[in-house]
Design a protein around this ligand. Structure first.
Ligand SMILES: NC(=O)c1ccc[n+]([C@@H]2O[C@H](COP(=O)([O-])OP(=O)(O)OC[C@H]3O[C@@H](n4cnc5c(N)ncnc54)[C@H](O)[C@@H]3O)[C@@H](O)[C@H]2O)c1
Length: 278
């Protein structure tokens, strides 16, 4: 890896949603985008900004912070207006790295969901992508040839019980990405989701059983789990001009987990574990 980058995003402008602290995948993506020469605005919910951590990233990357609670249509609209004012024009890329489930936070099981919280999960974690793209179009914020990436998880395809209603949210998120991708393609804009392996962040480790999911993926994936910086490098390629015909895809960034059955290491471990029972 070239420490000074490859200039892949030189001259490009973007919006980065979802950096909370320095472990956030969006935080690492912001640093990688800066390294590659991009300028961007940072956005997060006002409640998250109260923690104050984002100021350090803002200073380091010379990026302004525009508050936006994505559950509010008005906030999303205002964010687009402010972004256009700031750049004096549109942006070339948008990162959606937003996820939240009150049911998971409050330890509600899948067969006992609070439906008002389920609505919040779907609204914040998935429908927000629709709102962002809708208002980006209406306010003429997304340039022709641009690229949109939303972070997803394999729970959209396979059941991970501890991921609860976020499995449903990610399935909806990926569907919205495909639907918007088909509509924006006429302007050369691509929309993809990156399905990232379990990553040790605030949202990730907040899930009961996260350590087990992390270790399971790590042991099965032939290349092991990619970390947030590796996810950032991958996202940079998707924002760059090197991937202009990649759209409406859910792209696994998981060290080969999705197509692996079981690893030799796992088989040996399981055999030892169950040896006494035979
Ligand atoms: N960590 C993992 O294991 C993992 C794996 C695959 C995908 N992802 C996805 O990556 C994305 C980023 O998560 P992360 O792991 O970096 O954790 P994180 O906690 O750092 O990021 C989640 C972000 O969502 C923001 N958010 C929550 N509610 C919001 C609202 N109403 N308005 C605006 N922003 C709001 C939070 O403030 C936070 O910045 C999420 O979509 C997550 O589902 C994470």
């Amino acid at each position: 890896m070239n420490e000074t980058g490859y200039g892949l995003l030189k001259g490009k402008k973007g919006i980065i949603f979802g950096a909370l602290d320095d472990r956030s995948i969006a935080w690492r993506i912001a640093l990688a985008c800066k390294r590659e020469g991009a300028d961007f605005v940072l956005s997060n919910a006002p409640i998250a900004l109260r923690l104050g951590a984002l100021n350090a990233l803002s200073e380091e990357t010379n990026a302004p912070i525009f508050p936006c609670d994505v559950s509010s249509e008005e906030d999303v609209e205002q964010l687009m207006v402010k972004t256009r004012e700031h750049f004096g024009g549109g942006v070339d890329f948008i990162l959606h790295a937003i996820g939240m489930s009150p049911n998971i936070r409050k330890k509600k099981e899948y067969n006992d969901l609070n439906y008002s919280w389920l609505n919040q999960t779907l609204d914040i974690s998935a429908i927000s992508l629709h709102k962002i793209l809708n208002y980006a179009e209406k306010k003429d914020v997304l340039n022709d040839g641009g690229s949109v990436v939303a972070l997803s998880y394999i729970g959209a395809q396979r059941i991970f019980s501890k991921y609860s209603d976020m499995n449903d949210a990610k399935a909806l998120l990926e569907s919205i990405a495909r639907n918007y991708g088909s509509r924006l393609a006429k302007r050369g804009i691509r929309v993809n989701t990156v399905s990232q392996a379990p990553t040790k962040t605030s949202a990730g480790t907040g899930i009961k059983g996260f350590d087990g999911m992390y270790t399971f993926a790590e042991k099965i994936a032939p290349l092991g789990n990619p970390d947030a910086d590796e996810c950032a490098d991958y996202c940079v390629t998707l924002f760059s001009d090197l991937t202009r015909k990649v759209t409406m895809q859910n792209l696994y960034h998981d060290g080969g987990f999705v197509t692996s059955g079981i690893s030799e290491e796992m088989i040996e471990g399981l055999l030892k574990l169950y040896a006494d029972e035979e």
